[in-house]
Write a protein that binds this ligand. Structure first.
Ligand code: ATP
Ligand code: MG
Length: 224
């Protein structure tokens, strides 16, 4: 167990009730992630990796068990506190991007910034992040449906970084990228980790997992 945990799970179970019967996506998972760690989560398709990442990101409450962020039990937080945690402390790159189709790429990245600061970005941060992930100013005017999967992924990465989160959770962040761009993104994540950010990456790709200092394996909803 890490010495200085930022996320702790105690016997976390997540059940999806379905008409055909309950799916136990996570089964009594106990683990911790240290402040400033770089962790990869691996495991077969359907094993519960995205479900686990959703729990780490407080996107969903556990069916049973406890989740602590920075030592605070999320069960004791109200919706407003959880929203603030997601906006200020956690950056999330979704497996299916979850960009807003009606907004341009630029506006998608600016959106969490506006929610946090209540004013437009005057520092050029949005444009800088977009350029760092390889989206130029012309492309930034396009809406997600007009972009390729890889371009949408880069926009999603810039959006996750815009509020400079302490914890960055990435679900297959390089899944739609060519290997060169994928490496650039991983170098970017490594740089953020060196600056003290906690990085958790779900991946099928051993080349991506190599960047992490610890690998957590999920099988049938259980962490080994
Ligand atoms: N919203 C949901 N409703 C019902 N069942 C779900 C839901 N999300 C996931 N599941 C089920 O929970 C299990 C774990 O799914 P999860 O998406 O966490 O897997 P994964 O490891 O991320 O897979 P992949 O590598 O394909 O992304 C699967 O059996 C899946 O069908
Ligand atoms: Mg998944």
């Amino acid at each position: 167990m890490p010495e200085d945990p930022i996320i702790e799970l105690f016997e976390v179970t997540k059940v999806y009730p379905l008409p055909a019967g309950d799916v136990i996506a996570l089964d009594r998972v106990s683990m911790a992630i240290g402040d400033g760690e770089f962790v990869a989560i691996m495991g077969p398709s359907g094993s519960g990796k995205s479900t686990l990442l959703n729990q780490l990101g407080c996107l969903d409450r556990p069916t049973s068990g406890n989740l602590l962020i920075g030592g605070r039990n999320t069960r004791e937080m109200n919706d407003r506190e959880l929203t603030s945690l997601r906006l200020n402390t956690i950056g999330y790159i979704f497996q299916r991007f979850n960009l807003i189709s009606l907004l341009s790429a630029y506006e998608n990245v600016e959106f969490p910034y506006l929610m946090k600061h209540r004013r437009p970005d005057g520092s050029g941060r949005v444009a800088t992040l977009l350029s760092q992930v390889g989206i130029d100013s012309a492309m930034a005017k396009h809406k997600p449906p007009e972009l390729s999967g890889g371009q949408q992924q880069r926009v999603a990465i810039a959006r996750a970084l815009v509020n400079d989160p302490q914890i960055l959770l990435c679900d297959e962040p390089t899944g739609n990228l060519d290997s060169v761009t994928g490496q650039q993104i991983m170098e970017m994540l490594t740089g953020l980790n060196r600056k003290g950010r906690t990085i958790v990456v779900v991946t099928h790709d051993p080349g991506v997992a190599r960047y992490a200092r610890r690998i957590i394996t999920v099988r049938d909803g259980r962490v080994a």
